[in-house]
Design a protein around this ligand. Sequence first.
Ligand SMILES: NC(=O)C1=CN([C@@H]2O[C@H](COP(=O)(O)OP(=O)(O)OC[C@H]3O[C@@H](n4cnc5c(N)ncnc54)[C@H](OP(=O)(O)O)[C@@H]3O)[C@@H](O)[C@H]2O)C=CC1
Ligand SMILES: CCCCC/C=C\CC(=O)/C=C/C=C/C=C/[C@@H](O)CCCC(=O)O
Length: 693
Amino acid sequence: ASVSELTAYTLIEEIEKCCLEQTMVQAKTWILKKHFDGFPEASNFELKVEELSEPKDGEMLLESVFLSVDPYMRLLSSFGMKNGSVMDGTQVAKVIQSKNPAFPIGSHVIAPCGWRTHTVCNGADLIPIIPDWPQGISLSLALGTIGMPGLTALYGIEEVLGLQRGETLLLNAAAGAVGSVVGQIAKIKGCKVVGSAGSDAKVAFLKELGFDHAFNYKTVGSLEKELKQASPEGYDCYFDNVGGFFSSVALQQMKNLGRIAVCGSISVYNDTTPQTGPYPYLTMIFKQLKMEGFMENRWKHKHPESLKRLMGWLKEGKLRCPEHITKGFENMPAAFMGMLKGENIGKAISQPRLLLCGKSTTRTMVQAKTWILKKHFDGFPEHSNFELKVEELPEPKDGEVLLEAVFLSVDPYMRPFSRARMKEGDVMIGTQVAKVIQSNSPTFPVGTHAVARCGWRTHTVCDGSGLIPIMPDWPRDISLSLALGAIGMPGLTALYGIEEVLGLQRGETLLVNAAAGAVGSVVGQIAKIKGCKVVGSAGSDAKVAFLKELGFDHAFNYKTVVSLEEELKKASPEGYDCYFDNVGGLFSSVALQQMKNLGRIAVCGSISLYNDTTPQTGPYPYLTMIFKQLKMEGFLQSRWEHKHPESLKRLMEWLKEGKLQSREHITKGFENMPAAFMGILKGENIGKAVVTV
Ligand SMILES: NC(=O)C1=CN([C@@H]2O[C@H](COP(=O)(O)OP(=O)(O)OC[C@H]3O[C@@H](n4cnc5c(N)ncnc54)[C@H](OP(=O)(O)O)[C@@H]3O)[C@@H](O)[C@H]2O)C=CC1
Ligand SMILES: CCCCC/C=C\CC(=O)/C=C/C=C/C=C/[C@@H](O)CCCC(=O)O
């Protein structure tokens, strides 16, 4: 034992002697003597004795029976506590004196009264132990499986993840108070569970609990390989208690449309300098992941029913409730530090010693010009990455058509797509508005136009399967190029991001970046149509002026503002309900801090990261997500392909009504495709970047 522990021990002995001699009640309390700076040390705490006043009418005197030690205490100390205040915490306490009929002597309550042996209170914050608590089940479980940690596990699984039978769940800190319940509930629900913990004993315990795979993250050679081996097909859900590096690796192993419950970030709680790691945004888009920070108190109204369910599973023998009990109030700091060091299997509890706690007619030989990806991009694209080639096209067969490009789109996604979907020598990926100039297909007669996903090519022979006809009744006075912009993929992206992902409501405040671009400009306008306040950022004063013309409430040039943080605060001092993110990286790190509680983030694009050779790193977002209970979802507009026809009609209506303006940045000449593409990555465009042939 350390000198200070011994001192505390001697002190407590003295206090106890005093208690026996006096009827005056003295409370032993653990004070935060000095804010933690890194990992907590014994010297951060001080044991103090307080004389309690006699309970007045409506009040009662509580005696702690079990005290909880939880990871959140480490955070609360930095954000909510002053030096000299009693350490925050919850306990199960017994009413030993009462002038409040709601709490008779001998009854037990859950009391958020901190690290104290005795408390005089009026019952306002007290939670009664659930009725019919079975004899023979320790009341300490009201701080664990049948308390806050159990509820956290249940809500994380049901409210946040919506875990379904047959799915595969990954969780970390799996042998802890929350983790052990998460794994067991997932098994009750018929899922495959993979858990990690920090010792072989804990791994053995997880196997006893029925985990399908468990491993010691401290001794595996490669976390990535372990996760792949445990579930080669990936994970549907990830219950994150740890954050940091583990999450960076875990994200890469998620299945598409995977869900992540950000419950805790214990790996960063003791940081003096915030840890940094790869930004998660790009992965979130590629995989369309949904990530949500949460705290159990959001579902307070469900607590009574949820506690009953947890108790039901416990009684049926489906839930095991390990506890790691440290005896002696004097050992509270040691129990707390032990939990942060990972000493506990199950819930860490302190028990005070005093039992207190989506037919050709003519034929001329057609040559197609194509742009080839000559060499994969390494960093910012250069002309040398592209090659112009000429290809002789075959005669269209039955059912086939010959297309001629009219407008070609250049989009940011081509940069990350190139690496993921293309090999050197392939035609650059992309979409165009094309005219049918030869046809052996009744569906696409000569002269019709369609949106074709045929890449950077002037002419194409195809069977029509990937062609999207231009919507019927396309007005003559509206350029068909808009089918690549506001009435096309970018417009749909804006609409789905707002409606399907964010669920933006009238009166809310929305932040959007790359706001003067194809997607961003539509985002801001739809938000205004919906009666929202819109703040937008863009990279030039001309773009800012454009945003103001569009009716944005506030617009700024992120390249010239002195402080992004201050600008965001100034634009909306009360914070942001929604953030439509097109940029990612550093911008997002700053924006996250300005979100309101329960804010929603649509991760649409991460253009600031597309040209990285070495992935950029930045502060992990997980802790902020928990504090603010943020919901963050990566998405690709193609998820709602079944809604495209109806959605395009809505966009067209807004355009015809003058509610939606569409600006284009036109580059003339097929030979300028690479330059147009590089231009968007440099921010040269205002509105949708399009190339005319
Ligand atoms: N998830 C989905 O389904 C879809 C996602 N997207 C994404 O949406 C975003 C916007 O696309 P889109 O509207 O077509 O493109 P834009 O028309 O907005 O053109 C890109 C703009 O991004 C900005 N930009 C470029 N590099 C950086 C950088 N390093 N940091 C910050 N901003 C930068 C520039 O504007 P500025 O001068 O303001 O910097 C540039 O003009 C992209 O991230 C894209 O990948 C697009 C379509 C579908
Ligand atoms: C699957 C790769 C996703 C890349 C993610 C990067 C950024 C997000 C983004 O910009 C996504 C854009 C998606 C665009 C989809 C366009 C399709 O309509 C056409 C794709 C072209 C093709 O498939 O030939």
